[in-house]
Design a protein around this ligand. Structure first.
Ligand code: Z16
Length: 830
């Protein structure tokens, strides 16, 4: 009773206080953290200390809001969205949080008082790089939008000790180094040791009458998995989001007896086995490596998350029949699909529910997002591997499949062939579990991430399931990006222009308002300032390039940027072959003619999966070409080629606002959506792209005239592939000339690069580089021509920037809320 007295009186008064927002109070709280959290005083405070001291005061403010948000949603019994993702590519939080709290000016003054520039302190923060690329960054944008739009949404993921590797470029080659992002204190996470669950692996299944299902999972190895919470600051609301990341507890796995006997490896063996589960993020984007440790990661993640969701549900005291009214679970790709089997297992084995009642709850709660049709990316797990690690889940998956196939047989009279095509179990040797099929069967909605992609999955990889479940189960939710980070934070110059035009900052969380920019397209003064903002951002990037690569580039040149994961389907190879063509063309000109050409800086950045041989060779090739071009006295400033190492979220924040043109040139039908395309256009860059992914919808929004599009269409790709194999056309003369240059040895040993020649023409040309090359060069010529006409260029840039309202992730999240989750927003302070 004493404890509850306290919470009713003094404590209640304490927590109801607003956290002070004035400069003096903030400064005092910074002093307090410097002194009592970090053992520092102003005379021995270095930049890192200042960052930490300040960040911890923001941490305090975020935690208060997180608690308020949570109590609010609990008090109104709000349905919770659980966004399950193996990846959250968050990047930095500091600047984002200051902007969200509306305290950036105050913190800037406080930094100055401590003797630092706020910008320098911002650079002290390490990126949280718990993701590979688009999929992980999308998850981070979605949690931002859920919070910002006042939805009750949490992200669930894994707390990897090592995130996406750091990329070094040594002698032109990618070299990977571990991402030791936990070496410094992390102000943005809250360890929650009291929130922990047991997760089991291995063992065997026993038939027992003691459970309602008749099965128990015995002799398993057990680990304790604990939560770490990462609050997600939201702009324009007091709601704060949360990403709950899991990690193993290892301390009680230390074997003191072995230690005392001098067996040190033996003493720590179990600790290591538990720790290693979340050691490292698998660095594959759109590629499935099929490693046993990855399966264990997926299960550990899924099991802790489902237990946590159930725990929270039970606190409401509601009956199981209302589970799906309080819980939605979104699967970000197939990586968390075991969650379906895990929830079914807990309900039938531990909660004594009948199979059918449990399955009804499962399918009403889960929904599945597909992000790719590339066959090498689709997850399949060998049945023997799954049987060893997760024996009960394998049994449940076989049962799910049995009931599913029985249902199909009854509802559509079908031959064996049809059944084996849609079976969750592939009859290969060994058999494989097709995770996407399990995700479809266990979900009530399946969505693609751009209209063209959603259409393609219904017509191709999932067409049989459309026959079984009907078309309505398959929907589209076009991706989006958060305008908080990708406009307001990364481009202060542009943000000031939008704010001035709109009249206030409301566009930051109501992005369609940016369309007002269009009304100023003929205003001379505005046009000049628009151009100046771009030039200033290009200067900022030029400085970054100088610092990271040692290359001097002229910021008056056209900045042509392709930054994304290195992958054959994204066709960085076509880009660099085009650069060689440009180089050849320039070399043939007189110096006067050359100076007349549009000057270009071609910028690449991106990581290759560590085991992806061709992608790594493409990086080396780009660097070899860059070396030659950049050191050619004839060429000078007319053409520069740059490969920026270690592309990451914080690098993107410098790169994206600085493009004149960015390239999104995947073979039609291969890029599910793309999201950087949206960021570039929001920041006033034009795009050069194929008719693929979200490029299609961007063109619809900004107008066909505003975008440079080229290349074959998705429905033509198969035929072109066939022709390359069996009836090849003669090789394009320009491409032949490029190959001749490579073979002459100017870029180094031509034998080394021969695999790239072989995979860009003829039967090896899977991604139709040779087919699209001519139209690509024509589109590039059109880019040059327009850039010479500066006034037309500025007009297009403004029109693009003003028409991107659709691509805020707030719209994506609202689509999910209305069409899949069936939830309403609710603000904590409303
Ligand atoms: C990924 O980043 C994507 C798909 C996938 O299956 C796996 C990973 Cl790690 C990307 C898509 O390639 C991209 O087109 C899309 O924009 C992004 O996911 C977000 O949907």
């Amino acid at each position: 009773t004493k404890r509850s007295d306290v919470s009713n009186s003094e404590y209640a008064k304490f927590v109801s206080q607003e956290v002070p927002r004035d400069e003096v109070s903030i400064l005092n709280s910074v002093f307090s953290h410097l002194a009592y959290t970090f053992h520092k005083n102003p005379s021995n405070t270095e930049a890192m200390d200042a960052y930490n001291g300040i960040a911890f005061t923001i941490r305090d403010r975020l935690l208060k809001r997180l608690e308020d948000t949570d109590s609010h949603f609990i008090s109104i019994n709000a349905k919770r969205i659980n966004y399950m993702s193996m990846e959250f590519l968050i990047g930095r939080t500091f600047d984002n949080a200051m902007l969200a709290l509306g305290l950036r000016k105050e913190y800037s003054a406080v930094s100055n008082t401590l003797g630092f520039n706020l910008e320098d302190l911002i650079d002290e923060e390490r990126d949280a790089a718990l993701g590979n690329g688009g999929l992980g960054r999308l998850a981070a944008c979605f949690v931002d939008s859920m919070a910002c739009c006042n939805y009750n949404g949490w992200g669930y993921g894994l707390r990897y000790r090592y995130g996406m590797f750091q990329q070094q470029i040594i002698n032109g080659y990618q070299v990977e180094a571990p991402d030791c992002w936990m070496d410094n204190p992390n102000p943005w996470e809250f360890p929650r040791p009291e929130i922990s669950y047991k997760v089991k692996f291995y063992g065997n299944i026993a038939k027992t009458p003691s459970t309602s299902s008749g099965y128990t999972w015995e002799n398993a190895v057990e680990y304790d998995v604990m939560a770490f919470d990462t609050p997600v600051p939201a702009f324009g609301t007091k709601n704060v989001g949360n990403i709950r990341l899991w990690s193993c507890k290892t301390n009680d796995l230390f074997d003191l007896n072995r230690f005392n006997a001098g067996d040190y490896p033996g003493a720590t063996g179990n600790m290591v086995a538990a720790d290693i589960l979340t050691y490292v993020l698998y660095p594959n984007d759109n590629q499935n490596a099929g490693k046993e440790l990855r399966l264990k990661q997926e299960y550990m993640f899924v099991s802790a998350t489902i237990q946590d969701i159930i725990h929270r549900f039970k606190l409401t005291g509601k009956p199981w029949s209302e589970f799906h009214e309080l819980v939605a679970i979104q699967l970000n790709d197939t990586h968390p699909t075991l969650g379906i089997a895990e929830l079914q297992r807990i309900l039938v084995d531990e909660e004594a529910m009948s199979w059918d009642a449990a399955w009804d709850i499962v399918t009403k709660s889960f929904a599945f997002t597909n992000h790719t049709i590339l066959p090498e990316a689709l997850e399949k797990w060998p049945v023997p591997m799954m049987g060893k690690i997760l024996p009960r889940h394998l049994g449940i998956i076989f049962d799910i499949n049995l009931f599913f196939l029985q249902h199909v047989e009854k509802s559509i009279p079908s031959e064996r062939e049809f059944l084996s095509r849609i079976s969750i179990i592939e009859e290969s040797s060994p058999q494989q579990v097709r995770m996407a099929y399990l995700a479809i069967v266990g979900s009530h909605r399946v969505n693609g991430v751009a209209q063209i992609h959603s259409d393609i999955i219904k017509a191709t990889i999932f067409s049989e399931f459309v026959k079984v479940f009907g078309s309505d189960k398959f929907v589209n939710v076009t991706n989006g990006v958060t305008t908080r980070r990708w406009v307001n934070q990364c481009n202060p110059g542009l943000s000031a222009l939008i704010t001035e035009t709109v009249g206030d900052e409301s566009w930051v969380d109501d992005y369609p308002k940016a369309h007002l920019l269009e009304s100023r397209v003929n205003d001379e003064d505005f046009r000049k300032r628009w151009w100046d903002v771009k030039q200033a951002n290009k200067l900022r990037l030029a400085t970054y390039i100088k610092d990271t690569c040692g290359i001097t580039v002229n910021h008056d040149a056209l900045f042509d940027i392709q930054v994304k994961r290195i992958h054959e389907y994204k066709r960085q190879l076509m880009n660099i072959l085009g650069v060689i063509h440009r180089y050849n063309t320039l070399k043939k000109m007189t110096p006067e003619q050359r100076q007349d050409q549009v000057h270009r800086v071609i910028i690449f950045a991106g990581k290759s999966a560590s085991g992806y041989y061709i992608a790594k060779l493409i990086i080396k090739f780009i660097n070899s070409v860059a070396d030659v071009v950049n050191n050619d006295k004839d060429i000078g400033d007319v053409l520069k080629v740059v490969f920026i190492p270690d592309y990451c979220v914080s690098a993107a924040e410098v790169i994206v606002p600085a493009s004149d043109i960015s390239q999104h040139i995947s073979t039609a039908g291969t890029e599910a959506s793309g999201t950087s395309n949206m960021k570039f256009v929001m920041n006033g860059g034009l795009i050069l792209g194929t008719v693929d992914g979200a490029n299609v919808e961007i063109a619809e929004e900004v107008g066909d005239d505003q975008i440079f599009m080229f290349g074959v269409l998705a429905h033509e790709v198969d035929e072109f592939r066939f022709n390359l194999r069996y009836h090849p056309d003669p090789l394009d003369a320009n491409l032949q000339a490029v190959y001749d240059t490579i073979k002459s040895g100017v870029f180094g040993n031509p034998d080394e690069f021969n695999p790239l020649v072989e995979c860009s023409h003829g039967p090896g040309d899977n991604y139709l580089v040779s087919v699209d090359f001519a139209s690509y060069l024509m589109a590039q010529d059109a880019v040059d021509a327009l850039y010479k006409d500066r006034e037309s260029w500025i007009t297009k840039s403004i029109l693009c920037g003003s028409r991107m309202g659709k691509f805020t992730s707030d719209r994506s999240i609202t689509d999910y809320a209305e069409n899949i989750w069936n939830i309403e927003p609710s603000a904590v302070d409303a």
